[in-house]
Structures are given as structure tokens and as C-alpha cells.
Design a protein around this ligand. Structure first.
Ligand code: 8YV
Length: 329
């Protein structure tokens, strides 16, 4: 008999078809956003779950679903998992690293450029029929090439952004991270390690690429923004909750920093209403990894983790490999 799995959100039909070859699949192709009790109900009797960042897998869910052996996230971030609770219950967690690194770094740079050069703000002006003449200072933004790029969180995506800045745009790149990169990696990224305070003070463009954890909650709030240059821009492609959105909206309104580019929000898909009314912010709906090729690769890897573990006993990208010691799929 095939193991049963739940595919918690709509996915590519090809991904579903591949999973159906190996599993008895309950799918959610209508992409209904389930409540926690609905998720628990559908997880009953399932050995695995194909999840995205939207499904919270915590102690309550795990206690209610004793047959669950694996949750495979179609995301590199896994703050929707209570990893400690999963490990304690012997439930394996997997994510989709590497396959989205370059695409997400591309988007980080695109958001930086759009923010610094005021691309969406000027487009709104044009579409509103307000463009009646050239002006010397019309939508004058901040220089990107040759400026100082600050990166908070220097994992794979941070390193991708650093390389683009250093090698493509001649930027001086500085970073702060929990641990310092090796000298070889620092050289490859063209990046120098600084304290968080120096990063905030020196960056012309600050990009956030750190994971969301209790420690990184509101890592950028009013006090941090106060250290930034009034001409600086801030880009968040990491997770909502890392930035205090209310404090940021107020700082943008008061021009205490020049502009921000945000792909992620506290409590998304809801967006803080004040961010919707300030002009100097570029807002996108969590699409940093959204190219057809990358989303296919992410879906493929999540599916391969389910097949790898539940069929062959070997997941590809486990987050808590210690579970494997005692586990038999
Ligand atoms: C996902 C992301 O698309 O990978 C991540 O961590 O933020 C995005 O690439 C999103 O989390 C939905 O799974």
C-alpha cells in the first residue's frame, strides 16, 4: 500500500502527478487557506506533508497527528516549523535550499534598484497623468554603483547579493552575520565584516537576508533605523517580523531614511496600513523566489524529499537529520 500524504497548497500539476506515482495523495488544488483545526483534520493518517511557509507545524499539530513522519517545506525558510518540537517527536523536516539562491539574490537586487531609483513611485506618477515636463530634480534617487551595500545575514542568498554588488556594481560591500565568513568566502563575495551598529551607520543600501527567529524579531526597529543615514534605503527580502513595520512606516513618512523595498511583511498577506500610504516604499507580495524555473525546482525538491524519505529512507535536504538516527520510514 502506498503511504498517504497531504499536499497542503496548490502545486504544479506535474509535481502532483509525480507524487501520485508514489503516494496516496490528498491535495488542495483549490488552494484553500485552512485553519489549524482543518489542517489537523486533513493530516490524520498521513505519513507526510508537502507544506509551504503558510502551514504552522507546532507541538499542538504534532500531538494531534501521531502518524506524521515528514513535513517537506517548499521554501528555504522554515519559521513555520517548530523544529525543536518536530525533532522531539521524531518528525523529519526538510526545506529547499540552493535551488532558489540566485533567483532570490536577483530579486533582492531588483528591489534595491527599484527602491533607490524610485521606479514604482515614478511609474505611479506617470500612470496618473501627472507627467507634463522634464524637471532637473524629478524622481532623483540614490546612486547604486560605487555606493556602500550593507547586508544583514550572510547565508547563501546574502552572499549572492554581495557578489552582485561588489562585482557587478563596484559597490563597497559590508556585512554582519551571527558568524563571520571564512577569509576565502569574504574575498569571493568582496565583502568585509563589520558590527551591526557599523553596518547600520555606514550602509547606503541595507539588505536584510537573515532567518526569522525569536532573536531576529524586530532586529530593525526605531532604534536601528535611527542609526541609518537619512539618505539610506532598506530592503527586506527575508521575513516579515524582522522589521518593525509600524516604526519603518513612520520613519519613511518623516524621511528619516530615504526609502524602503519590502517583499515580506509582519502578518502577511496583511500589510500595515501605514506602509500603503507612504510614497517612498516599493511593495511586492513575497515573490523573491518567483520565477517559473525556480518555483519548479523548489516544488521538485520538496517532492523528492517526500519520495526520498518515505519511499527510499533518504531525504535530500533534512533540517533535523538527528531524527534519521532513530527513524525508519
Ligand atoms: C517561498 C520563501 O516561496 O523560500 C522561502 O523561504 O520565502 C519563498 O521562496 C515562500 O516561503 C512560500 O513557501
Amino acid at each position: 500500500m502506498k503511504p498517504s500524504i497531504l499536499v497542503a497548497r496548490a502545486v504544479f500539476p506535474e509535481t502532483l502527478a509525480k507524487l501520485q506515482q508514489h503516494f496516496d495523495v490528498q491535495a488542495n488544488q483549490d488552494d484553500v487557506l485552512w485553519t489549524k483545526p482543518q489542517l489537523i483534520e486533513r493530516l490524520q493518517g498521513k505519513a507526510g506533508a508537502f507544506t509551504t511557509g503558510s502551514e504552522r507545524i507546532d507541538a499542538e499539530v504534532l500531538a494531534a497527528c501521531p502518524g506524521l513522519k515528514l513535513c517537506a517545506n517548499m521554501a528555504v525558510g522554515f519559521n513555520n516549523f517548530d523544529l525543536a518540537a518536530m525533532t522531539a517527536r521524531g518528525v523529519l523536516a526538510t526545506n529547499t535550499p540552493d535551488v532558489l539562491t540566485e533567483t532570490t539574490a536577483d530579486f533582492g537586487f531588483a528591489l534595491l534598484m527599484a527602491t533607490a531609483r524610485r521606479i514604482t513611485e515614478s511609474e505611479h506618477f506617470l500612470r496618473a497623468g501627472k507627467w507634463d515636463r522634464w524637471r532637473f530634480d524629478m524622481f532623483a534617487g540614490s546612486e547604486v554603483h560605487g555606493s556602500t551595500l550593507g547586508i544583514l545575514g550572510m547565508g547563501r542568498i546574502g552572499q549572492g547579493i554581495a557578489k552582485r554588488g561588489a562585482h557587478g556594481f563596484g559597490m563597497k560591500v559590508i556585512y554582519h552575520n551571527r558568524s563571520r565568513l571564512s577569509p576565502e568566502l569574504e574575498r569571493a563575495c568582496g565583502a568585509a565584516y563589520v558590527s551591526k551598529e557599523d553596518l547600520l551607520r555606514q550602509a547606503d543600501h541595507l539588505v536584510l537576508v537573515l532567518p526569522y527567529t525569536p532573536q531576529s524579531h524586530h532586529a530593525i526597529g526605531a532604534a536601528e533605523i535611527a542609526l541609518m543615514k537619512p539618505t539610506a534605503t532598506l530592503v527586506n527580502i527575508a521575513r516579515g517580523g524582522i522589521v518593525d513595520d509600524a516604526a519603518l512606516a513612520q520613519a519613511l513618512r518623516e524621511r528619516r531614511i530615504a526609502a524602503a523595498g519590502l517583499d515580506v511583511f509582519e502578518g502577511e498577506p496583511k500589510v500595515h496600513p501605514d506602509l500603503l500610504t507612504v510614497p517612498n516604499v516599493v511593495l511586492t507580495p513575497h515573490i523573491a523566489s518567483a520565477t517559473v524555473q525556480t518555483r519548479r525546482a523548489m516544488a521538485e525538491l520538496a517532492a523528492d524529499n517526500l519520495i526520498g524519505f518515505l519511499v527510499n529512507g533518504k531525504p535530500l535536504t533534512p533540517l533535523n537529520p538527528e531524527v534519521l538516527q532513530g527513524a525508519r520510514a
